[in-house]
Design a protein around this ligand. Sequence first.
Ligand SMILES: [Zn+2]
Length: 285
Amino acid sequence: MIIDFHVHTFPEEIAVKALSRLSKSANIMPYTDGTLDCLLHSMKENSISHSVILPVATNPTQYKTINMTAAQINEKYHDQGIISFGSLHPDNDNYKDIINSLAKDGIKGIKLHPVFQGVYLDDIRYMRIIEYACEKNMIVMVHGGMDISFPGKDYAVPSHIIPVVKKLKPDKMILAHMGAWDCWDELIPFLSECHIMLDTSFTMTPARRKNAAGEVISVDAPLLSKEKFLKIARLAGIENVFFGSDSPWTMQKESIQSIKDSGLSIEEQEFVFYRNAARLLKIDI
Ligand SMILES: [Zn+2]
């Protein structure tokens, strides 16, 4: 059994446009066409029982459409293992209403992306959202570290993450990309003193793009070494590490293989691949 805690899909009518825009800004290529159908196909091929879709509201008005779509997806694709989170923007002063309505619709969590949303994670606007979401027992997935699309933007680096962790002690906040993409060393000193949950997405598989001749080449982007992955995973505690791929930006197949090859024991892999996620998402295994 495998649960992928970090994927993205786009409604069919905007998938082509959205994917080409994101692909251009990050200069990496997607591995699916970004639609739910394509994700379902990949899940089937790789024996993935569930995938968690993580939409991001990049402006304060987007939450309405995003959260409505999330509720519709959950209803329609529940039996096929699709779980969509909702999202909101730090400038949504009505964050309590939004979170209440997500909870009412049975949505299990929210995604926050300080880089795409242009606000530091330890800003009061995020703190209040995270605090309230925790109160409502929701999972909070946060982009962790730098972002390949926005070089130099440090909205979610450890110096802005740790104050939130220390002040709010969120029990269901997951930091994507092993907590701190491209600044992992800064997170390591805090792993044994704080309760920090992490997803494995976009850390050990190379991103790729097509060159002018149409050939697929690896992008020169930071990768987490196996040694550092093991160190971070074990310092955080294996019960706090969740498998994620970041599909369509990596292949689910390749992401699974990277965990199998990481040096984790079979038992540790079971926790990462599905036991931890099943516990948090309340999925029977
Ligand atoms: Zn992602």
